[in-house]
Design a protein around this ligand. Structure first.
Ligand SMILES: *[C@@H]1O[C@H](CO)[C@@H](O)[C@H](O)[C@H]1NC(C)=O
Ligand SMILES: *[C@@H]1O[C@H](CO)[C@@H](O)[C@H](O)[C@H]1NC(C)=O
Ligand SMILES: *[C@@H]1O[C@H](CO)[C@@H](O)[C@H](O)[C@H]1NC(C)=O
Ligand SMILES: *[C@@H]1O[C@H](CO)[C@@H](O)[C@H](O)[C@H]1NC(C)=O
Length: 338
């Protein structure tokens, strides 16, 4: 008989066994924990090296969380040199939105930041979204910082991106686009409008102006003076009551589908009304894009500032149709001036 069994037979075996089991379990857990940590560290180290390989110089980055490493880049544009800023990290982004949701205004705000460059609705041009390969090729050019637009800033741009509407190939090819965005380390800014009735009125008014060209024969979706806003706001659309509920709910569904599909991406969700009413929203975006927080400004003037009841021809019918539905709150909901 060895010492071990002697002890067991001498004292009650149960506490000892329990202690032994506890010890083995704790030790096992500890080993697991250590090796998991090593795996994570190894993966981070690899990501880090990959992003360094993108550039010939070795850039050192500090103050960035390891899990954020895949979202920062050191691109080397083919068309110019990033010279003294070649080691300043860049974040790639896309503003995902729908027409008449304030994204034009939002983009001018972002572009007023010295280190942000947002290059407009690149996929408004049909050939660029004709198929998945032309979409991904276009994105490659954009995220290599070789997309030259009026919003292109300089070699010290720290956040570079575009504005992309749901109906510009984004939802049709969402699976391929999502894996590209995740592989490329792109951050997404979703911008939607809560009040989908106001959005609908804006869509109708904008469609009307596209035909009528009320401002001296040119169509404008965004204006820069009160006078121009006043002229465009004179038109009061007649809302198609028969399709009102389904128009609102299909916009609502498009937003929900989009957020569900893209949930695996690094993203932030913003609502137009929140930006109008709360300027912290703009600080959050700047933090999210990794730039220093600045005061952002836009020269755009809001077109529809009157109460909703004064903006449509058949307000009474609209009220009757939405009263008692889950869209009733759209009738009163104010979205303020800016
Ligand atoms: C922002 O841009 C300025 C001027 O172009 C540059 O000096 C600065 O380094 C940039 N900041 C960042 C964080 O890239
Ligand atoms: C994709 O679209 C582009 C532009 O319209 C076209 O040139 C190209 O041949 C298309 N590629 C495929 C694989 O269909
Ligand atoms: C239209 O043109 C006239 C004459 O050039 C000018 O005075 C007026 O301000 C313009 N109006 C708008 C809304 O652009
Ligand atoms: C909405 O419906 C309720 C009851 O059906 C009615 O009492 C109310 O006056 C309606 N409100 C409007 C603004 O029409």
């Amino acid at each position: 008989m060895n010492a071990y069994s002697f002890k067991i037979s001498k004292w009650s075996p149960y506490p000892l066994r329990v202690i032994l089991i506890l010890f083995v379990a704790t030790f096992g857990l500890y080993i697991c924990y250590v090796s998991m940590n090593e795996i994570t560290l190894e993966r981070n180290a690899r990501d880090f090296l990959v992003s360094l390989k993108e550039t010939e110089n070795v850039c050192s980055v500090s103050g960035i969380q390891p899990e954020e490493m895949r979202y920062i880049h050191f691109p080397q544009p083919a068309t110019y040199s990033r010279s003294e800023c070649s080691c300043s990290p860049v974040r790639f982004f896309a503003i995902i939105s729908m027409q008449r949701s304030g994204s034009g205004w939002f983009e001018t705000l972002l572009n007023s930041h010295p280190n942000i460059s947002s290059n407009g609705e690149i996929f408004a041009v049909r050939e660029r979204r004709a198929n998945v390969s032309s979409i991904l090729n276009t994105l490659d050019t954009v995220y290599n910082l070789d997309w030259l637009s009026s919003a292109a800033k300089n070699e010290c741009t720290a956040a570079f991106g575009l504005k992309w509407m749901l109906n510009q190939g984004l939802m049709d090819h969402h699976a391929e686009i999502i894996s590209y965005l995740n592989m490329k380390g792109v951050s997404l800014v979703f911008l939607f409008r809560r009040n989908l009735l106001r959005r609908l009125i804006s869509v109708l008014a904008n469609d009307y102006d596209r035909q009528e060209k009320q401002l001296n024969g040119t169509h404008k979706s965004h204006v820069h003076s009160k006078e121009e806003a006043e002229i465009l706001a004179r038109f009061k659309p007649r809302i198609n009551i028969a399709s009102l509920i389904s128009d609102i709910s299909s916009a609502e569904k498009a937003i929900a589908d989009c957020l569900q599909h893209f949930s695996s991406t690094r993203h932030i969700i913003l609502y137009y009304e929140d930006i109008v009413n709360n300027h912290n929203a703009l600080s959050h975006v700047q933090e999210f894009l990794g730039v220093l927080i600045a005061k952002l400004v836009s020269r755009q003037v809001k077109i529809h500032t009157r109460p909703l009841s004064k903006q449509v021809m058949n307000w009474e019918d609209v009220t009757k149709t939405l009263n008692g539905t889950r869209y009733e709150h759209f009738l009163n909901h104010a979205d303020c001036d800016f």
